[in-house]
Design a protein around this ligand. Sequence first.
Ligand SMILES: [Zn+2]
Ligand SMILES: [Zn+2]
Length: 393
Amino acid sequence: MLLLKKLKERNSVFSQWRQHIHAYPETAFEEFKTAEYIEKLLTSFGVKVYRGMAKTAVVGIIRGKSNKSGLAVGLRADMDALNIPEEIGLSYISKHKGKMHACGHDGHIAMLLAATQYLAETRDFDGTVYAVFQPAEEGGGGGNAMVQEGFFKKFPCKAIFGMHNWPQLPVGAMMICEGPMLAAAATFTLKVTGKGGHAALPHHTIDVVTVASAIVTSLQSIVSRNVDPADSSVISVCEFHAGTGSLNVLPETATLGGTARSFKPETHKMLEMNLRRIATSVSEAHGATALVEWREINPPVVNALAETKLCREVATQIVGEENVHVFTPTMGGEDFAYFLQECPGAFIMLGQGKGDNTSGLHSSYYNFNDDIIPLGAAYWVKLAETSLPLKEG
Ligand SMILES: [Zn+2]
Ligand SMILES: [Zn+2]
């Protein structure tokens, strides 16, 4: 394919962009230098730039050869890094101590920049393409902030598309599915209060370690006993804090924390309701009290039917039918979900695994694979051109 060949020829430049972004990782809503770098490149491509949404968001506005339809599509990349110390020996290792691009958002930026440069040169489409660089995907609510601040009012789209690299999938493969793809995610904390005292006199205390342990065990019954076995959800208790450092003292309080994930809104509601009920009732049964805090992180990523079909067709043109797989929905979360709540669209996974470069997302040893930049960029270009075909006459 000529498009892919042309993009591959430029990959040393694209890789330089990616490695520069990698060396200066910035976390949620602090992507100021990253946004500046993106703006500078977009301007050099002759693309109009919009700033001023969700603190650091950047939107590149690419006009097609014509605009008979008056339609537009959005292509979205995320920009933020994570608070993870980088352990991999790279010449362009993170210069920001304790932060790194461990989810490959540096690569997502490079792929969208590469596509934007190409689209700005060729403009073989009718309408407008918005290259959307979103801040704070990693639990910071950047996608929600953009939607709340009127992204679709300012940039009406007939469809919006997202993409993520996938280390477990080989280079040259893509994965997508229609309907729910990634889960709705919430986090919770439970503070259990009892009565502290001497460990040798438990009958004078209300032992929160025992109460909190009973809660952890009981919470496991929600997914196994309250959720339809044909539906999928998970509750994981990830933190359990209690104790004062003295091994002869029963503490006054214990704190639990974790995450709950599901695909259906009604299941998600039920998880919250039952978690609250179990935490308070189990505490009460032991004479303790529980304070429950529940925080929504993101809704599920739900791919629209027509757009998923389109994405699959475009992916087939880029990597061949045998390399486009059906994605098995996972409990991971993605705040691209907020865009999909307002506008039809679809999210796709792009394989990036090879040899020793397969360390998983959010690992200290993860690194984005520069070889896939032309693949991702070609997918974006073809998707834009297919969504907004030039009209005859
Ligand atoms: Zn991530
Ligand atoms: Zn990510």
